[in-house]
Each structure stands twice: as structure tokens, then as C-alpha cells.
Ligand binder design. Sequence first.
Ligand SMILES: *Cc1c(COP(=O)(O)O)cnc(C)c1O
Length: 400
Amino acid sequence: MEFSQYQTDALLSITNRPPLVFTEGHGMWLTDHAGKRYLDYLQGWAVNCLGHSPQCIQDALAAQAKKLINPSPAFYNAPSIELASLLVRHSCFDRVFFASSGAEANEGAIKLARKWGKKNKNSSGGDRYEIITFDHSFHGRTLATMSASGKPGWDTIFAPQVPGFPKAVLNDLDSVEKLITDKTVAVMLEPVQGEGGVIPATREFMQSLRAFTKQRGLLLIVDEVQTGMGRTGKLFGYQLSDIVPDIMTLGKGIGGGVPLAAMLCREEIACFEPGDQGGTYNGNPLMTAVGVAVTNELLQPGFLQSVQDKGAYLSAELLKLASRHGLQGERGEGLLRALKLSSDIGPKIVETARDMSPVGLLLNSPRPDLLRFMPALTVTTQEIDQMISMLSDVLKKLGQ
Ligand SMILES: *Cc1c(COP(=O)(O)O)cnc(C)c1O
């Protein structure tokens, strides 16, 4: 089929899409309407942790769809109970609330922290509701999560913002301390800022922030929508720095491609009362059955070690590429990595790589001087070599 035969005008325009319609995906590979194949280092923005259409997700969907799709969140269902138990068993948290998107999970975390701040008032008897977040952070696209995000320009596009999200500087504890008022209830951060350009919070910062928030009676919320579910080589990113946060949100990888997200908290913070929180699709068995299948794959012996090994391999290959082409280096954790370019050619690289033939390469440039790599956690070293070789050709073509 020709691209021009698709009636794309019926879709509300929200982003500039290339003239491609993807029709199939398997593992690290996508196929478009014309039959051209692409090596996919986006994987739906770090969503397809097991690659495109893995067998275990196909099986879980088919089996669950035959049994029960959605009895309503007003009743228990077996897959949601099983997934919550799995997550609780393998994390420091005690309770799980399921949602359908990362932003929705973060809304839940913000609501829970505000509720807790009403119950645990300040010394003058007032509510605490301010949540300190960070410059360049990304927490989602609802009004509250946009307000919590530190993305430049997001404070004005849909003004007025939801109040109560002062911004600190990542890896700078003083900047957090300066923002504390008698209304502060929590600090929220990504263990590695993803959309901001793959900027890890240091181990020392995470540890001192945990000690500091504990000492001041504040909650520590980790947004692990991108870093959770094995992405960093640990099941959860907070485990890289050996801390115990109070609240965590998950999204992206937990569904392996289907809409599933979660908010987890420790027992002593679980203060929602009936009616406070909910949602029509929350914890439906069709999606949570997929979550169970995905989580069980990640928990297979050796799986997380293989993510660490391939992360180290990708890191080393990116560094070699950087030195061959005079680039600035690389950074990241596990299989969430970024290549620092020497000029603002990120968007040009993305376009050139995609348009290569006979096969294309899909990359992401969250900032013009940076490329981000979010392969499936099941990526092979051969698929890493192939990407490096294709990227090297693109850089040569662009005179780098
Ligand atoms: C993607 C992302 C979100 C938003 O998730 P959606 O499912 O798009 O709502 C929130 N936080 C982080 C860290 C993310 O990477």
C-alpha cells in the first residue's frame, strides 16, 4: 500500500510524524507499510522491554481475553492480585495501585502524598502539600504531572499550573533544602532523568536525599516509569543506590507495550480511603495478566544480569564510536543510555538513520546534542553491533 492511500487527516495532529505506517513488529525489528524493515532502538519509548510482540505477551493476552477482560475495579480479579503480590515480594513496598499510564500513576502518587500531608500536619497545624521536583524532570502530560515536570516552557503553555511543585537542581542537596517550607510534604524524582537526556541521579545524592527527607519527615517518591522493570539492570532503579523510598511509580516496561502502570507505597503511607482514588480500567485482568507475564520473564534467573552485561557492552561500543567520530562521550544506566554529540545534529541523525536503505534505524534525540538508546532488554550483542555500524555510517554521511 502507498502512504498516500492512508487517510491520516482524520487524526488530530499532535506531533510531526514521518510518512510511515508501521504494520508489524518482532523483537528489535519493525516493518512499515512498504515492507521496509527498521532496527528499533526506541521500542515505543522504552515500553517494549521484551521487544515487539513477544510470545509471552501474545499468550497472556489470548488466554486472559478468553476468560475475563474487565469485571470492574469494584471487584477483585486474580491477575491483579497476582501481579501486586509479585511486585510487593520483589520490592520494598507493601501496597500497589494499578493505573493505565505513567502520568496517571504519578497523579496517584501526588494525591497520596497530599493526603498523607493532611494527616501528618506541620507544627502550626497546617496541611502539607508541596512536592519538590527537579529541573528537566519529566512526570507526564496531565495538568498536575506537567506542573511537576521541570521541562522548559511547560510552566506556561497550559497556564495556570497546578501549584505546589517547586523545582530543585538534580544532584544538589542544598537546592532541595532551600525550597523546604512548612508546607513541604515530599520530594519526587526519577533515579535517571529519561526525557531530560538520560541524566542519572548519583548514588551519593540518592542516599543523602533519603537521609535528609527522613530526618525532615518528608516522603521520598521515585518516578520509575522509565527506570523501573529491569531497564537499569536492577529490577528497580532505586536499588542501584540501596535506598528505601516511600512511594514508587511504574509504567512503560511493566506492560511490555500494553497500557499498564502502577503506584506502590509502604504500609505506613497507605492512607487512601474509599472514594479517594480509582479509575475505570485500573487493574483490569487483561492488562495485569500481561504484567504478570512480563514480570515473570524479568525474574528469570540471569535475566537482569544479562541486562547489566549488554548495558556495559552498549556503553563500551558507544564510547569507541564517540572516540572514532570525535563525539563527547556517553552516559546512562543499564540499557538506558545516551550518546553526547559535539553539535546539535541529533534530529538530522534521527532522520538520516530512519531513511537509510535497505534497512532503517530508529533512534531518539531528546535534546539536539544527544541521542538516547532504549532497546528491548532482550537485545542481542549482534543487534548492538549492527546499530553501531549503521550509526557510524550515518555520522560519516553527515561529515562527522
Ligand atoms: C514516560 C514517562 C512518564 C509518563 O508516562 P505515560 O505513560 O506517557 O503517561 C512519567 N514519568 C517518566 C519518568 C516517564 O519516562
